[in-house]
Structure formats: structure tokens, C-alpha cells
Design a protein around this ligand. Structure first.
Ligand SMILES: Cc1ncc(COP(=O)(O)O)c(C=O)c1O
Length: 345
């Protein structure tokens, strides 16, 4: 059986449209054809999960293409780099934003875009003994972009409570998006999908709600939003922060406190937040309907607020610092997809 086309299947020489990998990538200091880079088979980040990554969105609206909260995403990436001793890459959020803007200009996607930067450990430096280490290993940074349309409303998802627990922060730096940490997310998501659900919600070691496989969790009860505290065993999402900020600014109470599975089952509404999903309404959990079993009024309002914030003209929602317009450049010739000498490092 052949699998259907994936986001990664777009031919490199094609101009990207709604879906697909942009023809250019950034790899270790150069803009190259997205299909050209070849990493050594000994790449440490691949063997040991010693990589950190981000998912950043640029939204296309009547105001052009705008990156959303890129600075906060890159600050989180750089904090992760500090944990993994990744130093050999551009070291400020501004430099990383500049690279991203240049890549988006080159790739000229027609619609919404997903930007994927990855910083990782690469090769043992001379004198470093083989083995699992952070010091004495070179570093690399790559960026790719994908056409990835978003919707303005809340998607509906059916979730399973996972048997896999979110690792605790004394076992894994859960506040960083480390590649190795996503093994748990992949196992939980796979388990949920094999049972016919869309996604998984994971508990922490104490049995409290941590987060979904790649999203934060909010509960609505009597019009008040409750979400587990950022100090817990979860990734403090930038979408989570956006939603908390916008809700508080528009008069909705948001509490950060621990939630039990029973809080989910008895909630009026449950929704997830992430850069990838935006705001998604959880309509079922492990075979039980949540609230009315459809998207509730609060999730719908939060999704609309979030959509406005991501597509507004900078300043219209009171946060000009969240949006960065990518001004188009003159069309560039398409890159050659032949691996260039020097990329096979
Ligand atoms: C484990 C996990 N939690 C939460 C989130 C949400 O984070 P953000 O809103 O910054 O995308 C993500 C995003 O990918 C994630 O992977």
C-alpha cells in the first residue's frame, strides 16, 4: 500500500503554494536547496536526541505575511541551547529572526507558513572520546519552512488519557523543546491514534494533568479558565501565554492550578493550545463526552481572539511586538538541489 502525499513530498524545484516544503533551507550558515543538506550518519543529535527545535508560524492576512511571536520562540530555543551546550550557532534571537525573514522571502509561500528551526549536536571534536556527551561536540542549526494553512475556528479533537506519563523535570528539561523528550509524545500520540483518538493527554508523575502530546490544556468551569501552572512538568507554551494574556485583557479570569483527570471529565469545556493547532476543542476524553460534546462558547471565543491576534495589523490587538511583517523581495532563481561541496559535513 502506498502512503498518500505528505507535506515533505513537494518537489524542491516547485514554487510552494498552500502545502509543501519551501525550496530553500538554511543549513549551517548557508541558504541551500532544501533537499541538498546531507548530515553525517554519526550526527549526535540523531543518535542521542541532543537537539532542540521550535515550531513558529507566519500567518498570511490582508496585512501580508506576519511572523507571530518569533522572538519568544527563539528565546525559548536559545534557553534550550544553553541546557544542551549548543554554542556554535547564531546566539541572539534577532540574528535568528533575520535568518528566518530571509528564508521566508526566498521561499515566497503563498499562504500560512510553519517554520522549523532545529539546533543540534553534530560531530565529536578532535580529542573528544566517543560516547554520549555535550561538551566536545560541534553544533549545527538548520531551518526549513512549510506551507501549512490554518483555520480561524477551533478544530474539534477526541483525546485519550495516556498510559504514558509526562517525564518530570528532574529527569528531562521539560521546559525546553528537546528532540529526545518527544519520544514520550510520540508514544502517547501513537497509543491514542491506535485506539481511534486524535491525540493524548498525559498526566504527570503525581497523576495530575500535565499537557497533551504537543499542546497545553485548559479547562473551562463556570466561565473561568484553569490551566496547570507553568512551573509544572510541561512545556510553557507561547500559545498558552497568548491565550492567558488575551483572556485576562478581555475580562476572563484565568487560574493556574493543578488539575486532576476528574476536573477534565467534569469540565464545561476543555481545549488545547499550541502553535501547530492554535485553539482546539476537546469534545471527548477516553470515551466520555466533555460538556455538550461539541465546541463550547468559551473555546469558540478564545479561538476567535487568537485568530484575530495572529492576523491583525501589528498593534490592533494591543501587542505590536507579537507581529513582524515579512516584506516580499524580488523573486530569486530556484536553488540547485545538488548537494554542494561542504554541505556533507
Ligand atoms: C509538549 C508540548 N507542549 C506544549 C506545546 C505548545 O507550545 P507552543 O504554544 O509554544 O507551540 C507544544 C508545542 O509544540 C509541545 O510540543
Amino acid at each position: 500500500m502506498t502512503a498518500g502525499p505528505s507535506l515533505l513530498d513537494a518537489a524542491p524545484q516547485q514554487r510552494p503554494t498552500q502545502l509543501g516544503l519551501g525550496p530553500w533551507a538554511y543549513d549551517r550558515g548557508e541558504f541551500v536547496a532544501a533537499t541538498a543538506p546531507r548530515l553525517p550518519l554519526s550526527t549526535q543529535g540523531l543518535h542521542y536526541g541532543t537537539a532542540v527545535f521550535e515550531g513558529i508560524r507566519a500567518y498570511r492576512s490582508e496585512h501580508g505575511l506576519q511572523l507571530f511571536r518569533a522572538r519568544e520562540h527563539y528565546e525559548r530555543l536559545l534557553r534550550g541551547c544553553r541546557i544542551l551546550r549548543i554554542t556554535g550557532i547564531p546566539s541572539t534571537a534577532q540574528e535568528l529572526i533575520d535568518i528566518t525573514v530571509e528564508l521566508l522571502r526566498r521561499n515566497a509561500h503563498e499562504g500560512d507558513v510553519y517554520v522549523r528551526p532545529v539546533a543540534h549536536k553534530l560531530s565529536l571534536l578532535p580529542g573528544t572520546p566517543p560516547g554520549v556527551s555535550l561538551a566536545g561536540v560541534s553544533d549545527a542549526l538548520s531551518l526549513t519552512t512549510f506551507g501549512y494553512p490554518t483555520s480561524s475556528g477551533a478544530a474539534e479533537v477526541r483525546c485519550a488519557l495516556s498510559a504514558w506519563r509526562r517525564p518530570s523535570s528532574d529527569a528531562l528539561p521539560v521546559q525546553a523543546k528537546t528532540a529526545g523528550g518527544y519520544v514520550t509524545s510520540a508514544l502517547a500520540c501513537d497509543e491514542a491514534r491506535a485506539a481511534g483518538y486524535d491525540d493524548a493527554i498525559l498526566l504527570d508523575r503525581w497523576g495530575n494533568v500535565a499537557e497533551a502530546s504537543t499542546a497545553n490544556v485548559f479547562v473551562v468551569r463556570d466561565g473561568v479558565l484553569v490551566t496547570p501552572p507553568a512551573s509544572g512538568d510541561l512545556l510553557p507554551g507561547i500559545t498558552r501565554d497568548t491565550v492567558i494574556t488575551l483572556c485576562r485583557e478581555t475580562g476572563t479570569t484565568v487560574l493556574e492550578r493543578t488539575l486532576s483527570p476528574a476536573d477534565l471529565y467534569t469540565a464545561d469545556e476543555v481545549f488545547l493550545t499550541s502553535t501547530g493547532k492554535g485553539v482546539a476543542s476537546v469534545v471527548e476524553l477516553s470515551g466520555r463526552a466533555i460538556g455538550s460534546g461539541t465546541t463550547g462558547p468559551v473555546a469558540a471565543r478564545v479561538a476567535a481572539l487568537y485568530h484575530t491576534a495572529t492576523t491583525a495589523r501589528g498593534g490592533d490587538v494591543g501587542h505590536p511586538e507579537w507581529l513582524l511583517t515579512v516584506t516580499p523581495s524580488e523573486p530569486l532563481p530556484h536553488p540547485s538541489s545538488t548537494p554542494s561541496e561542504g554541505t556533507n559535513r
